[in-house]
Design a protein. Structure first.
Length: 261
């Protein structure tokens, strides 16, 4: 048996974020599974092209990485997504991996961080660890850029159930998504119905920050401005969840669970 693991992320041009978030996860896996082949891939073709042209760095796409694992003699493959919720990107990942699954004895996919009902509670505890002290008795608004690819009603229900789990630890928590039913402007209306003027705004994305190539990072300054226009005092926490140890442990947990299938 030879094991291979592919860590899948849309990608970034920011070398510091890459080191802190993507390389850190890859190195954590290598430390625990010393005999495994572990690589990362970027699914965003524009970012791969820019990296190649501007820095000379060549980052594989998923298909190339899977074929590379076969060439290295891998027999048991696991693909780990850094998605938080199931997205259209994850659907494509499953299709592409499934199409090449026959190259290996076993091929497993570790799903997004929040895939099943049991994930609400353990992820809520990671939210408490990361943001509880910062929020205190005030309001926490988490914003994701992705939504479940099924009907908006399903995405809305998932987000609300996740909210309920977090509220056991941080009562005034709200979760919005830029591309689903619970868009920020709707959630801000809900926030205005409760007492409190201070909002901690945090991306619910694996990586985030100024100049990062995803929708939440791009929309973040506008969300701050909108909240301030509504009279809120905004405490900005502009880091992706990969920069918090508790969330990295959850991704490792998903990896181990997939390997046991």
């Amino acid at each position: 048996m030879k094991e291979g693991i592919i860590v899948v992320n849309p990608g970034t041009m920011n070398s510091d974020i890459h080191t802190r978030c993507i390389e850190e996860l890859v190195l954590s896996i290598k430390d625990r599974l010393e005999d495994a082949e572990v690589v990362h891939v970027y699914t965003n073709g524009d970012i791969r092209k820019r990296l190649r042209e501007e820095t000379g760095e060549k980052v594989q796409n998923l298909k190339a990485a899977i074929l590379g694992m076969k060439e290295k003699g891998v027999t048991h493959l696991t693909v780990l997504t850094t998605d938080v919720f199931e997205s259209e990107d994850f659907v494509r990942l499953k299709e592409e991996t499934g199409g090449l699954a026959g190259l290996f004895i076993i091929t497993n996919i570790a799903g997004p961080l929040i895939s099943e009902e049991e994930d609400y509670e353990i992820t809520a505890r990671a939210v408490r660890s990361a943001f509880g002290d910062i929020v205190g008795d005030d309001i926490l608004l988490l914003v994701s850029g992705t939504a479940h690819p099924a009907a908006d009603e399903i995405a809305d229900r998932r987000l609300q159930e996740f909210e309920k789990s977090i509220r056991k630890y941080i009562p005034n928590t709200f979760v919005a998504t830029l591309h689903g039913a619970r868009k920020p402007y709707k959630v801000i209306k809900e926030i205005k119905q409760i007492t409190g003027t201070r909002v901690v705004l945090a991306p619910l994305e694996y990586i985030a920050g100024e100049g990062i190539e995803n929708s939440v990072s791009e929309e973040y300054p506008g969300l701050v401005a909108r909240l301030e226009a509504e009279g809120f005092v905004v405490e900005g926490v502009f880091n992706g969840i990969a920069e918090y140890e508790d969330f990295l442990r959850l991704y490792l947990r998903r990896l181990y669970a997939a390997r046991r299938q």
